[in-house]
Design a protein around this ligand. Structure first.
Ligand SMILES: [Zn+2]
Length: 143
């Protein structure tokens, strides 16, 4: 689902490794599904999309608009975000559950303990909740 194809990023690998160790089996980068999702769990009719905070315009500390070519980046990121929303809606329409893991949950000063990320993803996979989102800790809430 990443608008800029950045496969096998470090956050993605950490998540894959963690869930695999807990017995979850999955496929990767399935081109037959809208947006070519990153990690696909057919058995759970669920998938995980690992999003880079810059290219997907996350409202967090990892996102900062570059000083040069601001208009270019603004437009590019806006287009990426639109595509993200559309793809997620399409996937939900055909019955997939979608979890979004933002890069800032795994990297940077607001990151969450890795075990906690894997725990909440395993719980979500085994639940019947439709959508799920994990991001770095907000500065206003306790860690
Ligand atoms: Zn972020």
């Amino acid at each position: 689902m990443a608008a800029i194809r950045s496969k096998n990023t470090r956050p993605e690998l950490l998540i894959r490794r963690g869930l695999h160790a807990r017995g979850f089996r999955f496929r990767l980068h399935d081109r037959t599904l809208p947006g070519t999702p990153d990690i696909i769990f057919r058995r759970y009719r669920a998938l995980i999309d690992v999003r880079g905070c810059f290219f997907h315009g996350h409202d967090c500390e990892l996102f900062r608009l570059p000083r040069t070519r601001r208009e270019f980046w603004k437009n590019k990121i806006a287009t990426n975000r639109e595509r993200d929303f559309e793809t997620a809606a399409e996937l939900e329409k055909i019955g997939w559950r979608v979890a979004i893991v933002w890069e800032c949950a795994i990297r940077g000063s607001k990151k969450i303990e890795q075990e906690t990320v894997i725990d909440s993803l395993s719980q979500w996979l085994s639940s019947d909740e439709k959508s799920f989102e994990i991001r770095g800790v907000d500065s206003c809430s306790p860690p």
